[in-house]
Design a protein around this ligand. Sequence first.
Ligand SMILES: Cc1ncc(COP(=O)(O)O)c(C=O)c1O
Length: 427
Amino acid sequence: MHNKEVTVVSKTSRMASRLIPSEIIRLSGEINQRVLSGESIFNLTIGDFDPGIFPLPKALHLAIRRAYDEGMTNYPPANGVVPLRKALSAHIERRMGLSTDPEDILVSSGARPLIYSLYKTIVDPGDVVVYPVPSWNNNHYCHLSAAQGVAVETLASDEFMPQAEALGPHLENASLLALCSPQNPTGTVFSKENLRSICKLVLEENRRRAGQRKPLYVMYDQIYQELCMPGTQHEHPLILEPAMRDYVVTIDGMSKAFAATGIRVGWAFGPREVLTKMRAILSHVGAWAPKPEQMASAWFLQNIPEVDAYLDGFRAAVGRRLNGLYADILDLRQSGYPIDAIRPGAAIYLTVQIPWLGRTVGNRRLDQVSDVADYLIDQCKVGLVPFRAFGAPDAGGWHRISVGTLREEDIPLVGKALKQGMDQFGD
Ligand SMILES: Cc1ncc(COP(=O)(O)O)c(C=O)c1O
């Protein structure tokens, strides 16, 4: 008798069958399940806002209702309604000092489809995409576009921002360099010097290619740019090196700036030939932002006093949470507890070090990163995301805290909960 070879037939494409679901959504879902069954846990995992704590700007809310009342419910143009692209051009000029033709702006249903279509526009199967780790979702976009991802590890001493020297050696073969500042998951930003050096490397590389090869493009995701805390400066490649205009596609949107993640309005600006293809891809996908939300965003963004007042209040509220947690964690560290954090600069994230691997509690030993995550949830009643979910190595015990669901009165309770967990360590 000879063995019959068993062939497992995949019922879907290889790409689909190898998709990895989001670790963050899984973690958050598990915690929410436990909360629903009566446990009290701070779910600081997901990069979203609790609308009860961080509601939409009132003027945006009213504008959305008005757009529905006025019956603006048919298909929008594939690149976004003209009033929104005009309003965005003015908004980009006012907030960043960059002049952008409305024709070079593409609107879509949030930032995600724009990132996807940018990858699909630039990357041929097997092309190299360089990105830092930890970073948000580049591994998944590489998978979707059959790219060869080159993950460049960053250092805590650089606040986990990728440095020009580390990226440089990987650029020669790359089609796309994916950057994000303020960065998810770290809440840190590029320094002017470092970003300028990276731009110089990209420009040199493109001079070497001299039109003989596809250029090296940069994705610059600045979706958290409005959430820079006082003392943190947002930098942009086009401001530092205007010659980058031919190579940079900027990704931005309403989601994080206006606690509007469910509204689904995002935009990109960049070289026209790239945006035209992104638009063509997205028109087949049908990922345009809903027309009422586009019109409402256009009206809202032109209402400068409302925009500025909202952003000032929002930034301050996020800052109180980030700085409050940071101060409590530093106090714990100074009292000798095994915990540390990086000074928060921007976004809704705090980078915290929880080096608890190998610790014991009774006869329980925290041997794996997942044991630490479980201990955080079971004992401390705090859910955080380990940097492993952002492609980074486990060394160091680094985690992301997201403050979008944290009530002001609960800020001191998080530090207390972490302390109480550490007080039980037996070693
Ligand atoms: C860095 C970064 N870019 C893009 C997005 C996606 O934004 P949107 O909800 O507009 O698709 C996120 C969401 O978490 C993000 O963190």
